[in-house]
Design a protein around this ligand. Sequence first.
Ligand code: PLZ
Length: 454
Amino acid sequence: MDIAQERRLVTEVPGPKSRELLERRIVSVPRGVFYTAPVFVEAASGAVLRDVDGNSLIDLGSGLAVLNVGNAHPAVVEAVRDQAGRLTHTCMHVTMNEPYLALAERLNSLVPGEGARRTMLVNSGAEAVENAVKIARYFTKRSAVVVFDHAFHGRTQLAMTMTAKVMPYRYGFPSTAPDIHRLPFAYPYRCPMGGTSPEACAESCAAYAIEEMDKHIGPETIACVVVEPIMGEGGFVVPAPGFLPRIADYCARKNILFVADEVQTGIGRTGRWFGIEHEGIVPDLVVMAKSLAGGLPLGAVTGREDVMESVHPGGLGGTFGGNPVACAAALAVLEIVEREGLLERARRIGDIARSRLQEMAARFPIVGDVRGRGAMVAIELVEDPDTKAPAKEAAGRLIEECYRQGVIVLKAGTHDNVVRLLPPLSIDEGLIREGLDVLEKALATVEERAPVSP
Ligand code: PLZ
């Protein structure tokens, strides 16, 4: 569908039709399934969502990091139509289909590193994480899994246990997944070790993490370290420079597999194909989902041939994993990223956003930190720049003010005080600027109402 790439409000947001659907939703879908904006979308294209009331909203959330190539990209739609017209499913464990193969070949050559790779396909990020851990445990014959503060790895039992934040992800859901260990993450703005410079933060956190692995977990029991190159749900925390390379180096020395969870950072979001490339690390396994198939559900684990091949035949899989329609969409997505130069665009969009957000930070004391890489940018809101007390309510109000004005932005952060932008990488520069104008105005309203320190 051709939808003009513009913001245009014809009713208040949410409008009467969205409100009516919300009423139906309340009595048919459990409240546990949360939503950011009380808006129902009827059609979308590129970076614009058309809601059921006819409003056109600027999408700076990409349906939670899924639409790097934009919504309903014509080449993705065409690939899906074409594939669905041939066959919709075979199940790779019954008879096989070529799109699965073609995508595996493509991902094998795309991930960092020189050696041979293998790819298995699944349905979601959580399922990809679960499989990466299964494979790492099988290959190493070790069971411990190391994860970090602020991590999000999914909502299934194991992935949920690997996820840091208790509320809302783990609260009330007892876990039986054993041998998961959490270590501090080098978060420069709030260094858990009290480091006052990024270098000191990286150094102290890495030293602590390594000592923990050495003394308390035991490197000979650790199958893998799983880490997001930039914490996504955890608040777009870019690790202090040098932290991840030191962890990766330790892993290599102790034969611990390094697993990059690229579910949110992958497929060009940070201006490189994979976020881990910024760290100069070659991961043993790479986990992908979200933007991989342009909106169709698909996840992947791509890794070292020896590691991936270690599992016996029949040890890996699932009914829908690598559905041919989703694979066709993914092949189209990867081609679009190249053809439209979206890595370059991610950097450009990110530069525009970061410089505007930095100006806002200079104007509004509530903006404590501006950070990100490529088109993965966020502001962390604080009640007071000195105490850095998280401004959670203000973040909620900011998001609400934005959608009321027709711009969708997302919340993140362990303290719920981070507002993040994940625009489609193909977004018009004018549209991102307009989205930022709205954000700035919203910030002014929120700041006005922020508590004034005595
Ligand atoms: N790993 C790094 O960001 C999903 C989920 C939304 P699934 N993040 C947003 C929500 O509130 O559930 C995510 C991620 C990273 C894994 C996952 C899990 O991916 O496809 O949602 O299972």
